[in-house]
Design a protein around this ligand. Structure first.
Ligand code: ATP
Length: 718
């Protein structure tokens, strides 16, 4: 304010009349508005002309190309189902209310819960705050009345009261913020628990990223999106209910004061109601689609994080290749696209906030002034006194003036609070629209989790050839997994595939029909060229990929002894100690329950020649094993896991490719001695001798399953 008054003094010194300056300011605002409206139209027309004249500026073309490349990448990774998305753009529609009610059921599962308790106390605080505001407004009115009457004693007493009320008022304010944060955290906790339960149901963490294309980065949705959704819904509760209480109670209080002035109590509310409704309608019509804008921003932010996490995961490979330029460029592009979207939102907000302020600050204030003055201008209170004669006149007049001043001060304060409430209510419309964006992301995630858990996937598949459609049945453009997994009794130990096709998540048929019967002791070697479907067969046996036809019979898994245990080429190292690595996915409690001792673990480590790691680090020290162990050591650690679990079948997917041949042979020998049946994918001829059968794929969809001849076990595979 000081700056403005100095500025206005300077203008006075210049001798410029204030109306001229006001006109200049209004003119500048109108010009800015016209520019905003005209520039997009002009650039649109310019682009059209450029196209028709085929004079495309090089730089524009380059940036357009980059843009489209990135958009393409995003399309692949972020929004593979743009088609679906377009039909369900988030906004204030039926879908939003449906999703919101589902979310509320998760956040508040019972009528009497911790969350309803918090909501109750929060509501009480909000109502008390409104009563306090009204009380303070009336107190201020009375204080002004006694100032006008020059009654020092009463003035001092009321001033003391005014300070006294500040203590509960500030406490309630602080309490409101505290309860809002608690509520947000409680909602978030409920949502996170629900989300985690779904995420780990039926291997959803694998299915969502590998078999379905609707959720690009589940980590971002599970953390950031849930957090923002919970925070904004908790905030919204306060910012919608508090203004509603304010309006209701302030309205009643205003009507009472108007009644005291003997004026019509309906004209004011009617006038203000119509002005507010009209301005709300205009603002709603002109409001940009913040829901879509925010959802798109969240998408782009998610993509940026996805690129970051890719770099962290593959740092070593990128460093070896020297791929930093490509990665940097991708990061920059992803960031630029995010900035572009954010700028877009800022610009949209700039004009919308201007419009909002115009209505809320000026139109409503004017209406307020009319409302406050109506009871005095049209009311009959005091007219008689004013018309009376001399003697008692001056006292009556004084009292009348002070009463009117009290009314005006109280009404003005109440109106300020009411207009504040309406402003907050209007701004919460923007918040609700933004909430629609977050709701759609969180509810969309839950929906996808539910569907993938049931085996319903939605991924952009390749063009369907005749061969594909004859093997896979499509319903509404989506493949139907018609095959069955039959769990036989745990005593039956064989695995059989009956007319099962090997089909990738993109619906590529790798092998049209596979029949196999594997008995314990039938050590099977699986060979064939790259990409012929060897690992895919393991994915089908483990139940990771859906079976589109035929039947898979496998023994029902029992807790103590797993039926199958898969070891990949790049073994996974969990967070924890050396002991945790060996027993993974068992916990220490499982190990104790199974009666496995540290001595037994040591002998397992000896079998895979990793005893030196036990001597060096012990069993209990937590380390980052992924970085500490070499490639071969990690593979040996994975075989140690196999020896700990002793499954019926071991699915070995080139899991010893980095292990020296002598140690590898010892490990295979030990596995066979433990009674584990080996299903091995390998390109190493030295492993043939440990197997009795062979399954050969030719890479064209054909296969051959037969017994290995004794002389063949020495054969070199090319
Ligand atoms: N998650 C996936 N989504 C889509 N297609 C996949 C996926 N995983 C594998 N494929 C495709 O399935 C086919 C078979 O892959 P698979 O991993 O079974 O090959 P492989 O025989 O094990 O090859 P390699 O010897 O190179 O390991 C390949 O064409 C591959 O591109």
């Amino acid at each position: 304010m000081a700056v403005f008054s100095k500025f206005s003094d300077k203008i006075d010194q210049l001798g410029l009349p204030k109306p001229v300056i006001t006109h200049a300011l209004v003119g500048a605002a109108i010009m800015a508005w016209s520019l905003k409206m005209a520039v997009p139209l002009l650039t649109k027309n310019k682009r059209k002309n450029d196209k028709s004249n085929k004079k495309i500026v090089f730089q524009t073309q380059e940036s357009d190309e980059e843009e489209s490349k990135l958009a393409e990448a995003e399309k692949l990774l972020v929004a593979q189902n743009l088609k679906n998305k377009k039909s369900q753009e988030p906004g204030l529609n039926k879908e939003f209310f449906k999703q919101l009610s589902q979310m509320i059921k998760i956040m508040i599962p019972q009528p009497f819960s911790y969350e309803t308790g918090l909501l109750g106390v929060h509501t009480l605080c909000l109502i008390s705050r409104t009563f306090l505001s009204i009380y303070v407004a009336q107190l201020e009115g009375t204080i002004v009345k006694y100032i006008v009457r020059k009654d020092v004693k009463k003035f001092c007493w009321l001033l003391l009261k005014w300070f006294g009320i500040a203590v509960p008022a500030t406490f309630v304010n602080s309490m409101i913020r505290f309860l809002e944060s608690k509520l947000a955290l409680a909602f978030r906790t409920r949502l996170v628990r629900h989300a985690y339960r779904l995420y780990f149901k039926n291997q959803n963490y694998y299915r969502v990223s590998n078999l379905d294309g609707r959720i690009e980065n589940a980590d971002h949705r599970l953390t950031e999106d849930i957090n923002v959704f919970a925070t904004s819904i908790a905030h919204l509760y306060g910012s919608v209910t508090k203004p509603c209480f304010d309006l209701m109670l302030i309205g009643l209080s205003l009507m009472r004061s108007t009644q005291k002035m003997d004026s019509n109590i309906f004209s004011g509310p009617l006038l203000s109601g119509s002005v507010i409704m009209l301005s709300a309608y205009i603002m709603r019509t002109l409001s940009p689609k913040f829901g879509q804008l925010v959802a798109e921003e969240a998408n782009r932010y998610g993509y940026l994080r996805h690129i970051h996490s890719r770099i962290i995961t593959n740092a070593e490979e990128i460093a070896f290749y020297g791929g930093h330029k490509v990665e940097l460029q991708q990061l920059r592009h992803a960031y630029n696209r995010l900035v572009k979207q954010m700028n877009n939102i800022f610009v949209q907000k700039l004009w919308f906030v201007m419009l909002e302020q115009f209505f809320m600050k000026y139109v409503w204030s004017g209406t307020g002034m009319v409302m406050v003055s109506l009871p005095i201008l049209t009311g009959s209170a005091g007219s008689a006194a004013a018309a009376g004669t001399n003697s008692s006149n001056s006292v009556a007049k004084d009292s009348l003036v002070s009463e009117r001043t009290q009314y005006l001060t109280t009404a003005r304060n109440l109106l300020i609070s009411a207009s504040d409430a309406i402003e907050r209510l209007m701004s919460s419309y923007k918040e609700i629209v933004a909430l629609a964006g977050y709701t759609s992301r969180v509810a969309g995630m839950f929906e996808v989790f539910e569907q993938t858990a049931q085996g319903i996937y939605n991924k952009n598949t390749v063009a369907k050839s005749n061969e594909t459609t004859s093997i896979i049945e499509f319903r509404n453009g989506l493949p139907v997994a018609k095959g069955r997994i039959v769990y036989t009794s745990p005593d039956s130990t064989s695995i059989s595939l009956r007319a099962v096709p090997v089909v990738t998540p993109n619906c590529d048929v790798v092998v049209p029909c596979l029949n196999l019967d594997i008995e314990p002791g039938m050590h099977l070697l699986i060979t064939g060229p790259n990409g012929c479907g060897k690992s895919s067969l393991f994915r089908i046996l483990s139940g990771l990929w859906p079976i589109y036809a035929g039947e898979l019979h496998i023994p029902k898994p029992v807790e103590e002894k797993p039926c199958m245990f898969y070891i990949p080429q790049r073994p996974y190292m969990s967070i924890g100690s050396l002991c945790d690595q060996i027993i993974y996915p068992d916990s220490r409690e499982d190990m104790i329950r199974k009666g496995v001792t540290e001595n037994e673990l040591r002998s397992i480590m000896k079998m895979v020649t990793l005893e030196h790691i036990v001597d060096r680090d012990g069993f209990d020290v937590v380390r980052d094993w992924k970085d500490i162990l070499s490639g071969g050591e990690k593979q040996r650690m994975a075989v140690a896991r196999l020896f700990y679990h002793k499954p019926k079948y071991a699915l070995l997917d080139e899991c010893t490719s980095a292990v020296s041949i002598d140690v590898e042979s010892n490990m295979y020998e030990s596995a066979k001695n433990m009674g584990i049946t080996l299903l091995t994918i390998t390109h190493r001829p030295t492993l043939w001798k440990f197997h009795t059968h062979i399954l050969e794929f030719d890479g064209l969809g054909n296969w051959c399953f037969r017994k290995l001849e004794p002389n063949e076990t020495q054969k070199q595979y090319n």
